[in-house]
Design a protein around this ligand. Sequence first.
Ligand code: HEM
Length: 425
Amino acid sequence: MKTNDLIFSSRPDSSFVRRLLYNHKDVAFPPYGEYWRQVRKICVLQLLNAKRVQSFQPVREEETKAMIESIERSCSSSPSFSALVNLSEVLMSLTNDITCRVALGKKYGGKEGSGKRFRKMITEFGYLIGVFNIGDFIPWLAWVNYVVGLEQRVGKNFQEIDSFLDKVIEDHIHGKRRKDTSDNDVDGGDQDFVEFLLQIQQDKSADITIGKENIKGIVLDMFVAGTDTSLTLLEWAMARLLKHPEVMEEVQKEVRGVACATGKTNITEDHIEQMYYLKAVIKETLRLHPPLPLLVPRESTEDAKIYGYDIPTKTTVIINAWAIGRDPASWDDPDQFKPKRFLNEASSIDFMGHDFQFIPFGAGRRGCPGIHFAISSVGLALASLLHKFDWALPNGANGEDLDLTEAPGLTSHLKSPLLAVATPS
Ligand code: HEM
């Protein structure tokens, strides 16, 4: 990712990825080359650079406030003034709604029934994109995918997502997204990402020619990359804090102290800057539970020699960020959750892709371009949950009882949804 980054900056081909992402017309999975460079530049300029991310601050603050108010309503309607919250579900709605508003211009799938269907469709996509496809390695065994039903699932998921994206594009072309947006729009009529892509499609002088399928592939990448990973990080952070109540108490003290000093009733993003322990909790969660534990596979484009091994062209390389983050050669007590390490001995270590013992966002040319986007939403959501509520496990269970088993897939979710009892603080 440093010395040999250029050689290992491509992605391997996979028939499921190809079918789900319009034949590599997206940004995360195309092979290294001019097309990938141009679309990545568009995403960074229009959606992911620090200035653009900053401009979405009102969207993040409104959606986070809405999440907090909905938990408060559940608490106040209960005789005990506490509510059992399905954190996995609540946080998925939050990350979905933020990404929809900034990328698609409005919330999609907001209503109860359709919301669940929509989220199911995105979760299924996340599973299929990372599932082991035997046909990619042993082509004559590809028929197995029909027998186990994977081929059919890929076909069905593609159809569902494709019609959804067609509708998003139609809404934009016919101006419907502006008429619909009384309470849901991006930020009072600013151009959203889909509108920008449609504009490039019309612009004959643009450096790149894109068609409808490119727009759909790029938007889908942003959507899935932006939602599922941030959700996973938030889920693990809350799970870890529930497992370690002494850390929860300390971080709550910091969050509430900072909020109190400014006299504000809600956390704003300006507060987060001063929350050093909260940021250490986020880093420690990323170290122990990187949302993409094996990153996204790479492929070499030339022969290379690494540590004496000959790596031929077109070798798939899988980088185990999970194991790297727990390597005893780099970390004291590697399996322990100790956020304070990031305030003390590891304070200079960051996840920006320069410190190779800690690479939850990857590194180099293919490293994650969504770090600012992700960290801004995650910091605000976590601080707000800790500011407004005390949290406990259901039925008086203690931290040791919490099951941290991971579900299989490209993204490492908790196997069971995270349930916790919220009591207004
Ligand atoms: C906690 C949240 C996130 C984590 C842990 C994460 C992690 C990653 C990782 C590990 C990669 C592969 C890096 C590599 O190959 O070296 C990646 C790629 C990518 N991520 Fe993220 N990501 C997160 C959030 C986001 C967000 C919010 C967006 C956009 C809205 C995003 C967009 C992308 C894109 C487009 C790529 C593909 C880059 C390329 O192939 O050039 N990510 N991410």
